[in-house]
Design a protein around this ligand. Sequence first.
Ligand SMILES: *Cc1c(COP(=O)(O)O)cnc(C)c1O
Length: 520
Amino acid sequence: MKLARTQSAIDHSVNGGERRTADGDLAGAFDSAQFHRAVEQCAVRLRLYLDDPEIKGLDLVEPAVLMKAARELMTTETAGIAPFDGDRLGRIIDLYLSTGIQVHSPGYMGRQFSGTVPLAGLMDLVSSVANQPSSFYEAGQLPNVAERLMAEELTALIGWDTETSTMVTTSGGSMANLTALLAARNRAFPGIWTRGVAGEGGHPAVALSEDAHYSVDRAVGVLGIGAERIVRLPVDDHGRIRPELVGPALDAAERRGLNVFCLVASAGTTSMGAFDPLAELAELTRPRGIWLHVDGAHGASLLVSPAHRRRLDGIAEADSLTWDAHKMLFVPAPCTLLFYRDGTAARGAFRQRASYVFDEEPDIYSAFDSGDKNLECTKRPMIMPLWTLWSVYGPALFARKIDHLCALTAEAHRMLAAEPDFTVLHEPEANILCFRFTPESLADGDLHRLQLAIRNRIRADGRFFISKVDIAGVAALRVVLMNHRIDAGHLALLIAEIRTTGHQVLRDGAARDDKDGIQP
Ligand SMILES: *Cc1c(COP(=O)(O)O)cnc(C)c1O
């Protein structure tokens, strides 16, 4: 952890550290000149951070150590407002930047969020200063307009009518999945909002892929449907729902007295990045009146790429779609878009009156409100970074990066497949790839723990950050390529590091002197 970061590199002419306000008063905290200096000080630090050429993953700090370092940065002033201390601010920023996953470094290959285009952060700065929450038009006029404009742009890619469909932003894909399931449930069981699940009867149930994201199971729990009323849909070796088994599964559910009101498909599963066959699933759900929700938190962004949008063939047949812009559209988290093919269905998720926000007589302004369609009341104007990048650079910015990442993942697949001591588990459909280190000397029973030990040691070493996932009950290594700076050279370095680490783990395990070693 580098606490004392390059103070000398900070231009003192912009460093507020030497210009403490004499009287820490209330007005001082709102002073625009001081703010301007602080922004410049921060911008210099961010520039150094972005320009850092090192290959770094994550410098994992013990929580107690970080607690102590952070506590030392807190003012001890309690009697009055502490005078502004630019030095303290600088050290807070340094601590923040140095202790995170280094999302701008090619060493970061492990999670689904991205290093963002820095300009996106600038809009978050404006949002934070101007503070315009976005559930209601009067509070955030441009954010609400920007939501409509982005909805028009992206709905056209989905293939829906922009007049009759609708989009709301939610704080994360988990919240979007919950909201969509609520809308689906309330459409199928119109009395449930008033009488509750017990009062409504009819045994509501949901059909999910075996590989659905945990947030969907969680939503089922929150909605009071019950984990036992989840109909699990089997997947193939690539993690895709097997459509030929869906009809029989739904028939069996019906015979058990279950009323399946929603089927959740994934467009990009979290574990392997698998895309379910949407068109085939829609053919099964439509005649049965089952709502088709597509969890495209990870992969819906492929719609922006002409080269890759075929992965989502059939998406126009869905009833709703979760789309995390903070994943493959590379903006700061959270920024999730929830789309409904039928805009009126969106209003069915919540049924409420509240005189302090909902207008009795809708007008041209309240028509732009989203408070009746999302769970949040006060909501971050999360569309602003996305809409700004889209406005400034155009959609090709996103398409180019998506194309690069998918090509790079295919390259990683080729490279790993050529290594005799590695096993790749699937052809990548997007930018997620799962594989295992499988040297000949390895005993069968050690396979699972070897992958976990490799992952933990590589994380602790701090150069690369990769993740792990259980596939068919056995751990696998997983890379999610989110950074346009990664090239084949970095992939080769990673492969070499995994191999060296793997052999080390095996040796240490034989000597039984390491908790990460393979024990019999
Ligand atoms: C990431 C992810 C989610 C959860 O989204 P959050 O924005 O992290 O809440 C849901 N589904 C899938 C498929 C995901 O990859």
